[in-house]
Design a protein around this ligand. Sequence first.
Ligand code: GH3
Ligand code: MG
Ligand code: MG
Ligand code: MG
Length: 312
Amino acid sequence: LYEQEMELDEQQEQFGKTTMTPSGGRLLIIDDDEVLRSYLVRRLKLEGYEVDHASDVATAQKLLREHSYDLITLDLMMHPQSGYELFEFVKEDPTLKWVPLVVLSGRDDIQDKVRCFYLGADDFVTKPFQYEELSARIYSLLKRTKSFEQMAFRDPLTGAYNRRFFDHQIQVELQRIRRYPTPISLVFIDIDRFKSINDTHGHHIGDLVLQGLAHMLQNHLRATDLIARFGGEEFVVVLPGSTAQDAQKSIDCILQLTRNEPVTQNDGQSYYITFSAGVAEWSEDMTVEEWIKRADDAMYAAKQCGRNKVLQ
Ligand code: GH3
Ligand code: MG
Ligand code: MG
Ligand code: MG
């Protein structure tokens, strides 16, 4: 298998792989065969994936706790624990159970295959395998997962995450915080006098304004910040690594921007908005509901004292 690399490189051109590669993703390769592992890591990296690897179940568990992955490949025959022991770990964790899992195993008897699928595997590739086939299967799974996530977890109007994703992801963030304590803050954002935008300019312009604010948030916050549309003209932003002061500063910068930059333009007309926001930093004793309520209360206080403000 490994000696066929040159030949496979030629095949790669033949298959036109570069035009098929999705926009990347982070993969975890779990296999005790070091040669195979480094071969896969190298090939997959060449395709633009970020790739981590583990040689045993314990190392894999550690990596899965520390990072988030878009897909896992799992060997079955490993020591001291077999790949089967990772299934339980992954499938019982609400934050991991939807990560696509490809079993990559030398065991090709029907019992193993059937057992893996019932345990929650998404695919089963038997060793020795053709790299091209594994790569295409990974591509297909990632693509399907991506469009599933788009439909299930995004708000179609603004492209921001929806409430369902927020509820899921907030648990992921909090699990991480409990293991590696760092500050994390939540901001509740509500557009000021949005109803009058709809009433004055029509619902269509209202929609463009919502899209414009979502883009503004997306463009000026960090990639690790979570932006979700909560209700009609309400957004919630979660900023991992930010204290309440940090978060207030970031959101205040965006509010300053809205004074100079139209949130959207249409037919040569520019539309400006302001918003009111409330910030709350997470503390150990809070439930998620209490955390959101604190930010919502602070937002409400901002509305009460004149709007166009970010308060803690
Ligand atoms: P305040 O400053 O107190 O927040 O005033 P407001 O007018 O923003 O608040 P209110 O909650 O009274 O109005 C929110 C409006 O948002 C009412 C609703 O018609 C509108 N809305 C909700 N969802 C959408 C949407 O998807 N598109 C558009 N265009 N309007 C929406
Ligand atoms: Mg093995
Ligand atoms: Mg509102
Ligand atoms: Mg409003």
